[in-house]
Write a protein that binds this ligand. Structure first.
Ligand SMILES: *Cc1c(COP(=O)(O)O)cnc(C)c1O
Length: 326
């Protein structure tokens, strides 16, 4: 059982699963449900809260006094990490990477960046010529010299420990789906831990729901290999059978111009979910993820008798930083 792994409560779990009645009628295909991981509760919520519930105990076990992590400028992961550190009385240092080059100044200062600072984190922008992970490593070495004991959380909190959060999410889903009627889970996949933890959870609990990842950055094969590798490390860590390669499945045709670059499909998905269900998707992840879901429904990828669960991974905080895109 994953109960044996240390966990600190940071959010409200289990998150609700709701039926998207209006969207289902509008799309006129399979039934569509939503897992409200945008409502995990920590600092406006999101998927990283689940990962941090397992990562933060590891930082404490390592006697860290400084948590260091990295992300894109409008990273939801860094915002939730800053919030977790505030609760636990740890210092937080965030190194942000500028992946959008022609974004207006609100993108650089509002939304998640503003909240990172509000939660008391130190925020450093990575110079464009440097690799963000290498730069963070340099800064950590400096801080160590000055007497700090830093703990590094990789981008998106995606490692064998963070993935436990989505093994746990799968437990919640399977418990909810008592009659085993869910056919597909659809989610946005970025640094990969949400997707890989779900695949590891499916493997661990021997469930046969299909998991469909919608890439927000990388090409299909790269993303699938990254997720598969992560799923293997999670399965080793929780000591279960190895995941199957064919259980890792990604569509990469909803990325558009690149990570964080708005697409027409994303905007449509965000607007439709807002006007039909009053649920806020985000421009970088869940908006593109739901665009993928809608497009696949319209292309009859799913049967009308299928039952889909979209995992809403959060991120609506960055909508204000993307007002210009709408
Ligand atoms: C980080 C994030 C994702 C992607 O999760 P990964 O585990 O990094 O693949 C999806 N949605 C939102 C809102 C996120 O912040």
């Amino acid at each position: 059982m994953i109960d044996k792994f240390e966990r600190i409560k940071l959010g409200h779990f289990p998150t609700p699963i709701e039926y998207l009645k209006n969207i289902t009628e509008h799309l006129n295909g399979p039934q569509i449900y939503i897992k409200r991981d945008d409502c995990t509760g920590l600092a406006t919520g999101g998927n990283k809260t689940r990962k941090l519930e397992f990562l933060m105990p590891d930082a404490i076990k390592n006697q860290a006094d400084l948590v260091v992590t990295v992300g894109a400028v409008q990273s939801n992961h860094t915002r939730q990490t800053a919030a977790a550190c505030a609760i636990l009385g740890l210092k937080c240092l965030i190194v942000l990477e500028q992946r959008l080059t022609d974004a207006p100044s609100t993108y650089m200062t509002s939304g998640n960046v503003f909240l990172d600072k509000l939660f008391g984190a130190e925020v450093i922008l990575c110079p464009s010529e440097k690799d963000v992970k290498e730069y963070a490593t340099e800064i950590m070495a400096e801080r160590k010299n000055q007497g700090a004991n830093p703990y590094y959380i990789p981008v998106g909190g995606s490692n064998h420990i963070g993935e436990l959060g989505y093994v746990e999410c799968m437990r919640e889903i399977i418990e909810y789906d008592k009659d085993n009627s869910l056919t597909h889970i659809v989610l946005a996949t970025g640094s990969g831990g949400t997707h890989s933890g779900s695949v590891a959870g499916k493997t661990y609990y021997k469930n046969d729901v299909k998991i469909v990842g919608i890439s927000v950055k990388d090409k299909k094969n790269d993303q699938e290999e990254k997720v598969f590798k992560l799923a293997k490390t999670a399965c080793d860590y929780i000591n279960c059978d190895q995941p199957k390669r064919e259980d890792v499945f990604v569509f990469d045709n909803y990325v558009g111009g690149g990570y964080g670059v708005p697409t027409e499909g994303m905007k449509e998905a965000v607007k439709l979910m807002a006007t039909k269900e009053a649920i806020l998707l985000d421009p970088v992840y869940s908006g593109k993820g739901f665009d993928g879901l809608m497009d696949l429904v319209s292309k009859k990828y799913f049967k009308d008798t299928d039952k889909l669960l979209f995992i809403h991974t959060g991120g609506a905080v960055s909508l204000s930083a993307y007002e210009w895109a709408f």
